[in-house]
Design a protein around this ligand. Structure first.
Ligand SMILES: [Zn+2]
Length: 153
């Protein structure tokens, strides 16, 4: 899938999830979640599916290293709330899940080169998914701005 879906779909899910769990998130926290959602592609940029299939950041090993490091740094600076850490870990795993669904991932790379997943979502639909999540994110942002403006008035 493309970077827009990877960055924005976990943000959309965390907006609704945070509201449902009564743990709303703040604006900057959504940026962090979006970055962690895009992290596997940002850490190991690739254009081809074959390149993704030899990408350490698209494996559970990469997930453990990146999220473990992120948790340690966040613990040291004490500026990130635990719920944001959890949503960030979810965003990274969500990226791997989306890629698992749309072409497969090397789940234990570099330890093993086996792939899991498949091409159940054709690359022909990836751009539509990006457009959907961009539009949905804009609508949510506008709605939240409207609601907060009405509350302050
Ligand atoms: Zn990816």
């Amino acid at each position: 899938m493309l970077i827009g879906t990877h960055a924005l779909s976990p943000v959309v899910i965390s907006v609704f999830g945070g509201a449902l769990l009564k743990y709303p998130l703040k604006g900057r926290e959504f940026v962090l979640i979006a970055c962690m959602g895009a992290a596997p592609d940002l850490l190991n940029p690739h254009l081809s599916l074959a390149a993704r299939h030899s990408s350490w950041s698209h494996s559970l090993v990469g997930f453990a290293v990146v999220i473990g490091s992120f948790f340690v740094v966040a613990g040291l600076i004490r500026k990130v709330r635990v719920r944001v850490l959890c949503w960030s870990a979810f965003a990274y795993l969500w990226h791997l899940t989306c890629d698992w669904f749309s072409g497969g991932i090397p789940y234990l790379y570099p330890i093993r080169k086996d792939l899991i997943g498949g091409g159940w979502l054709s690359s022909a639909y990836w751009l539509y998914a990006d457009a959907f999540f961009i539009l949905l994110s804009i609508m949510i942002w506008k709605y939240k701005s409207l609601v907060s403006h009405q509350k302050s008035a």
